[in-house]
Design a protein around this ligand. Structure first.
Ligand SMILES: [Zn+2]
Length: 467
């Protein structure tokens, strides 16, 4: 298939990307070459992490490259909702604002609640105005392209088989067709062993027992978003009639699986990691959740700071001078947060709230914030991690929930120049020798149980007196 590229627009976008920051030699040229000459698959839903690591770069560089490419108008960000039950990419969304709390999976025929960690897979596709791809028009794709390249996640490996989900589907396929409205088709199948015939839309034939040579007649009827009934039969030949009783054309995949499949996910960019990416928040951070739609995140590390001595300082040197000092402190804290791979969610008076992808990053930031010189001011820092809900607060991404409340209260427990962390943080970072050592350098950590306002159970925490 011939490749059509708008070379003028491509060069403009590439030079904008080139000028965005200093890049490793050849990185931008390589991307340009891929867009000009690569296959459609190679420039469709690019995984920024594997793109970078297979070329000898860090995942962070890959994420930054593609975020800048999106900003330069070269790439679009695909927010795919992924079903963890079957690996299907349920929907491709243009942005955070188009995500819903719940999603429906056709292969599983059920609705599930989405979370940013497990269900939102972020990839990058070249924009249609620079290069048209057949994947830009999914309805016109062949069945192979649709199911094995477009509809199921390419970042899943089947545990124990050492093969990707899409290559497994390709090997195990029994039926691949369109079913026209109010029509039926017959398929001669031979099911060799015990297992399940499943697929898209939802199908469930269980095969078990001794194989037979007798040809069985079986009719499955598609209505109400799934094939019924869900029969059990012995392995062997089946004459399968598929009937579509709806008014819509249905694309059908049926495959046989002899095992219960467990998925391992290849390194990729998920929604949580993207929201905690400083570059995303800087370049494209106007992305917000649709008002009234809180999207859960399963594991987020939150850092709160406050400044001890600021009230007295306002008294002593007056509002203007104090404001200047507090602003300076904020700026240095924000730089530390960004350097440690986190983002400042918001500032509240003399306090900062920041979020991180990993607890270790939060701890590093907390320590550096206190070790930094703030003059008369003494930072008080608290860290906690857990699930929360990403919400829209005054058109900004914000977090909501008990994890947020506890993180704020833990900060409140800290004295000046002290870092307080909950057990949830310590349990994670103690495995990281460098981070654990940087904490214990200030003395042995002692577990204490504290009753926090608004929290029923006492919260185990550790305090580190840094200065
Ligand atoms: Zn599913």
């Amino acid at each position: 298939m011939s490749i059509t590229v708008d070379t003028t627009q491509l060069s403009e976008a590439l030079s904008q990307l080139e000028g965005a920051r200093a890049w490793p030699a050849g990185l931008i040229e390589q991307l340009g070459e891929l867009i000009r000459e690569g296959t459609d698959e190679a420039v469709f839903q690019i995984n920024p992490v594997s793109y970078a690591t297979t070329r000898g770069h860090t995942p962070e560089l890959g994420i930054e490259l593609f975020l800048h490419a999106a900003r330069a108008g070269l790439m679009q960000i695909d927010w795919s909702l992924r079903c963890c039950g079957c690996g299907e990419l349920v929907a491709n969304r243009g942005g955070l604002a188009q995500l819903d709390r719940d999603f429906y999976c056709d292969s599983c025929a059920r609705s599930s609640a989405a979370n940013l960690d497990e269900n939102v897979e972020i990839a990058f596709t070249v924009v249609p105005s620079i290069r048209a791809l057949r994947f830009h028009a999914p309805d016109s794709l062949s069945h192979e392209d649709y199911f094995f390249r477009f509809r199921f996640s390419r970042d899943i490996v089947i545990r124990g088989l050492d093969k990707t989900l899409t290559s497994f589907l390709r090997e195990q396929v029994l039926v691949l067709t369109w079913l026209e409205p109010n029509s039926e088709q017959v398929f001669e199948l031979d099911i060799p062993e015990e297992g399940w015939v499943v697929g898209h839309p939802r199908t469930m034939i269980t095969t078990f027992g001794a194989p037979t040579t007798e040809v069985r007649e079986l009719t499955l009827d598609y209505r109400d978003r799934a094939f019924e009934p869900r029969p059990e039969l012995a392995p062997g030949p089946v004459r399968l009639t598929l009937r579509n009783s709806t008014q819509a054309r249905v694309r059908v995949l049926k495959y046989f699986t002899p095992i219960v499949t467990y998925f391992d996910y290849l390194p990729h960019l998920n929604g949580r990691r993207l929201l905690n990416n400083p570059e995303f928040r800087r370049c494209l951070g106007t992305e917000v959740v649709r008002p009234g739609t809180g999207i859960p995140v399963k594991d987020c590390t939150l850092l709160f700071t406050d400044l001890r001595g600021s009230t007295a300082m306002y008294d002593l040197i007056g509002d203007n001078a104090a404001f200047e000092l507090v602003t300076e402190s904020f700026e240095s804290m924000a730089q530390i947060v960004t350097r440690c791979g986190g983002v400042v969610v918001k500032t509240m008076g003399d306090a900062i709230m920041a979020s991180f992808n990993h607890p270790a990053d939060g701890v590093r930031a907390g320590l550096q914030i206190i070790l930094n010189d703030h003059g008369e001011l003494q930072p008080k820092v608290g860290l906690h991690r857990g699930s929360c809900i990403v919400v829209n607060q005054n058109d900004m991404v914000d977090y909501f929930g008990q994890t947020v409340n506890i993180a704020a209260r833990v900060q409140n427990e800290a004295a000046g120049n002290e870092l307080c962390l909950t057990e949830a943080i310590w349990e994670d970072v103690r495995e990281d020798q460098a981070v654990a050592a940087s904490l214990t350098e200030f003395g042995e950590l002692h577990r204490e149980l504290r009753a926090l306002k608004g929290v029923t159970e006492a919260v185990p925490l550790y305090r580190v007196r840094v200065r």
